[in-house]
Write a protein that binds this ligand. Structure first.
Ligand code: AHR
Length: 306
């Protein structure tokens, strides 16, 4: 870290400004905006950081080249929210060779874990399991036609939420009649849902499992535009619990939400400081998630920060 003189008191007090390159996925969802804000607040000048921010518009190649730029700039540490799981080995090795520690936040990678210092995030598979358990409880043994709005193809949350949900519904009468990516965006969810409605009709679909709130909100728009009543004609379960999603749950348009906590900034900033300090840190750090029924959402919606 660079030494930087502080204040105008003329005293001898100095602080070390830590330069951190943060490679964010993009700005695809309400969750992502809340996560970016949490990171920017935690990696603030007041906390001793200079943050070099890059958002890759969900393009894995652009994100890898942003990380290479951080390496060339000689930042003190790099934080990455990886768009996809695969393809990280080379650039992580380059960071390691340059002596720059990497901390992952939010999403995971398939690269060997000695190529990064630590990861902080959510248990995406457990989120999928909770969503699936709700579906089984809701539909019981009733034959159920489900369509899935998947997150970004190849991303850890899309992979793990699919796996967790499938495990939870195994042996039930819930059948996946279609599953496509809506890329974690509201527009993506809307257009994939329009296609499902065109193919199966409102009456041919009982349940939507959306890998995030934004795609669920897009599905609501598509169902309403086709004359259906979301939450009644077609039930909807989503993951995230951002404000707009929680409002739709309170309004009865979404039926159940599993939380994915975006407030990872403080934990990531602590990890960067600890790693640069040479402290031993836990490699894998899970943050707690909850889940919400309509009644539970109504109780907490006003007190939630995002
Ligand atoms: O990686 C977390 C996921 O990414 C969130 O569920 C989703 O909304 C976001 O875009």
């Amino acid at each position: 870290p660079d030494d930087a003189a502080t204040g105008s008191t003329g005293g001898s007090e100095t602080t070390e400004t830590i330069t951190v390159g943060f490679a964010q996925t993009g700005a695809e969802s309400g969750w992502r905006s809340a996560n970016t804000e949490s990171m920017q607040n935690a990696f603030s000048e007041e906390n001793g950081f200079e943050l070099v921010f890059n958002a890759a518009d969900n393009d894995p190649a652009a994100q890898i080249s942003a990380v290479r730029n951080f390496i060339n700039q000689g930042v003190d540490a790099i934080v990455i929210a990886p768009v996809v799981e695969d393809g990280w080995d080379d650039v992580l090795k380059e960071a390691q060779d340059a002596g720059i520690p990497v901390i992952l936040e939010d999403r995971t990678v398939t690269a060997p874990d000695d190529l990064y210092a630590a990861w902080v995030g959510l248990d995406f598979k457990a989120e999928g399991v909770k969503a699936g358990e709700w579906a089984v409880q809701e539909f019981g043994d009733e034959p159920t036609n489900m369509v899935v709005l998947e997150g970004t193809t190849g991303s850890a949350p899309a992979n793990d939420r699919a796996e967790g949900f499938s495990e939870a519904i195994a042996g039930s009468a819930i059948e996946t009649i279609d599953s496509q990516s809506g890329d974690f965006t509201r527009d993506g969810g809307k257009s994939v849902m329009e296609g499902y409605i065109a193919n199966y009709g409102i009456e041919g679909i009982d349940l939507v499992y959306a890998h995030n709130d934004d795609m669920g909100l897009g599905a609501i728009e598509a169902i309403e535009a086709a004359g259906g009543t979301p939450g009644e004609d077609i039930k909807i379960v989503t993951i995230d619990a951002v404000k707009d999603g929680m409002q739709a749950l309170v309004d009865g348009k979404i039926n159940f939400i599993v939380e994915c906590n975006p407030m990872l900034g403080e934990k990531a900033a602590e990890l960067v400081k600890a790693v640069l300090n040479g402290d031993d840190v836990e490699k894998v750090q899970f943050v707690e998630d909850q889940s919400f029924t309509q009644e539970q959402a109504a109780e907490v919606i006003d007190s939630r920060p995002y």
